[in-house]
Design a protein around this ligand. Structure first.
Ligand SMILES: *Cc1c(COP(=O)(O)O)cnc(C)c1O
Length: 368
């Protein structure tokens, strides 16, 4: 039996090839590879999709975060509050600008806990970087109140949450700046590194357009030493095409999720039930259970690939050593690193595959 993969990019290409290849050829034949019209079109489409006034294409999700922090003036001596259970890029971008990543523990649902954020605020806090992990939206109502109270801007790390909604509003439109990744493994994916930033602020937008291109205001004049983080026309061509199918893809993922909910609800595992006002795009379907390692092995033995996002929290990475966090600094995050398991979820899973996965999970509990 063939392994049920969590992600199958070759299959995605096979399905799209007939329609997408001619568009790629057209872009190659245009001779415009960087800074082309395709980029402007994608920026309009993304802004439209996310419900923001502007979007700016970048080279990666990591660059999007760096640019957002730089835009807010984050520098040496500042602190930025973020979650310890994210992909390392969230904290890495803060550290790279010379600022200190200050972690705030998460809740049961893996999302940053507003109460913990408030406890971590100091005079040095320059921004709050929330992470919409696995496609779930953080508790933005509470976090916005904190942001208002202390006059500290919010950045959304929405790398895993394109198309997710919170009381009807899309991720990336819920704060000052939204940061996205279009890495091949994300829900809206390019065939290489890519990302984008969303904002409603015209000043931020104008500045961002120069920051991605050496700070150049025109061909020869720069006011700020900056970055080079331009998306290329090939990736933009692919993303313009795939953006059209994104809502369908999310609907398919939500169907898979609803089957999991239906078939696994009576088992001794914690399922990612949606919070009030939440519309999850299911970048990942993360369950929590005590016997995580055993179940993961059992499923692998039965040709079902699962994942752990993420096995080592950021505060316990070697790179974080200088921050002096210890085991026990963030108990909920640490507990979850041992209990979380990402089940296969994608738009290509068939009903019989989902049934098979659920059957094997049930079998595991009956056998043990
Ligand atoms: C993928 C990801 C990033 C980084 O995006 P890249 O495009 O790989 O640089 C940042 N934060 C989170 C939460 C991610 O999942």
């Amino acid at each position: 039996m063939k392994t049920i993969k969590r992600v199958d990019l070759a299959k995605q290409w096979k399905k799209e090839k007939f329609n997408l290849l001619p568009l790629i050829i057209k872009t190659l034949e245009s001779g415009e590879y960087v800074g082309s019209k395709t980029i402007n079109i994608l920026e309009k489409n993304i802004a439209n999709y996310c419900g923001t006034r502007f979007a700016v294409c970048t080279n990666s999700g990591t660059d999007s975060l760096t640019l957002a922090l730089f835009l807010l003036g984050v520098k040496k001596g500042d602190e930025v509050i973020t979650a310890p259970n994210s992909f390392i890029a969230s904290a890495a971008t803060i550290a790279h600008l010379g600022a200190k990543p200050v972690f705030a523990d998460v809740k049961d649902d893996q999302l940053i806990d507003p109460k913990e954020i408030e406890k971590k605020i100091t005079k040095k806090t320059k921004a709050i970087m929330v992470v919409h992990l696995s496609g779930r939206i953080a508790d933005m109502k509470s976090i916005k109140l904190i942001s208002k109270k202390f006059k500290i801007p919010i950045i959304e790390d929405a790398a895993q949450a394109i198309g997710s909604k919170y009381y009807g509003k899309k991720s990336g439109s819920l704060s000052e700046i939204g940061c996205f990744s279009a890495h091949p493994l994300k829900n809206l994916n390019a065939c290489g590194d890519s990302g984008f930033v969303t904002t409603n602020d015209a000043k931020y937008h104008k500045k961002l357009k120069t920051l991605i291109n050496h700070g150049l205001e025109d061909r020869n004049m720069s006011k700020t030493f900056a970055y080079v983080s331009r998306m290329d026309a090939l990736q933009a061509t692919i993303l313009n095409y795939r953006l059209k199918n994104l809502d369908h893809k999310i609907k398919q993922r939500r169907k898979v999720a609803s089957l999991y909910f239906k078939k696994l609800r009576d088992l001794p595992i914690k399922l990612p039930y949606e919070n009030k006002g939440e519309y999850n795009s299911y970048h990942l379907f993360v369950i929590q259970l005590k016997k995580r390692n055993e179940l993961q092995k059992y499923l692998m033995k039965n040709n079902i690939e699962t994942g752990v996002h993420y096995p080592i929290p950021i505060h316990l990475q070697k790179a974080s050593k200088y921050l002096n966090y210890k085991i026990g600094s963030f108990p909920i995050t640490e507990k979850q690193t041992k209990t979380i398991l990402s089940l296969p979820i994608n738009e290509n899973l068939t009903i019989s595959q989902i049934n098979y996965i659920c059957k094997k999970i049930r079998e595991f509990f009956n056998e043990k």
